[in-house]
Design a binder for this molecule. Structure first.
Ligand code: C5P
Ligand code: MG
Length: 168
């Protein structure tokens, strides 16, 4: 039988995937990547409900096999009520760097029917890059509608997806 080698590769590359969804509601702010976007409806949640920061936080944790956002920041903990989700993101970046990883890049998509987000792409990228201590050209943010189909398309919720690459 062949022996399975557990030796670590010289250049270890990791990827991590993140996803989040929150309901949209009146009287809540729409915060994406730490940037408040003017909108009739905002995101509901225990924290500031920043789906984009939550998805990227999970992608970072996933790449390093460090569990998920709820394990590090339970939504039952009063400390995180109304919390600025950039704190979660900065914490996850610190954890992966503590393990010796360098963050190569972040790619992400926000799926929201309205408002149009493209004018906020640059400020959102800047906010994420600053929080992650990354050059802005390593941080990508894309936007999609759900073509008026399903809960996102009907404007009842919004989603975010993220993928990150780490190297060690
Ligand atoms: O979803 P759809 O393919 O119609 O999106 C087309 C483009 O509209 C996207 O590539 C993005 O640039 C922009 N968009 C946006 N804000 C949204 C959804 C899409 O700026 N909420
Ligand atoms: Mg969330």
């Amino acid at each position: 039988m062949n022996e399975v080698s557990l030796a670590k590769p010289l250049n270890e590359i990791r990827t991590g995937l993140g996803w989040d969804v929150h309901r949209l509601a009146a009287g809540r702010p729409l915060i994406l990547g730490g940037v408040t976007v003017p909108s009739e409806l905002g995101l509901e949640g225990h924290s500031d409900a920043d789906i984009l920061s939550h998805a990227i936080t999970d992608a970072l944790l996933g790449a390093a096999a460090l569990g998920d956002i709820g394990m590090h920041f339970p939504d039952t903990d009063p400390r995180w009520k109304g919390a600025d989700s950039l704190l979660f993101l900065a914490h996850a970046a610190g954890l992966v760097r503590d393990l010796g990883f360098t963050i190569v890049n972040v790619d992400s998509t926000v799926i929201l029917e309205r408002p149009k987000l493209k004018d906020y792409r640059q400020p959102i990228r800047e906010s994420l890059a600053r929080t992650l201590a990354l050059e802005i050209d390593r941080v990508s943010v894309k936007f999609k509608t759900a073509e008026r189909v399903g809960p996102v398309g009907e404007g009842r919720s919004a989603e975010a997806q993220a993928i990150v690459t780490l190297v060690r």
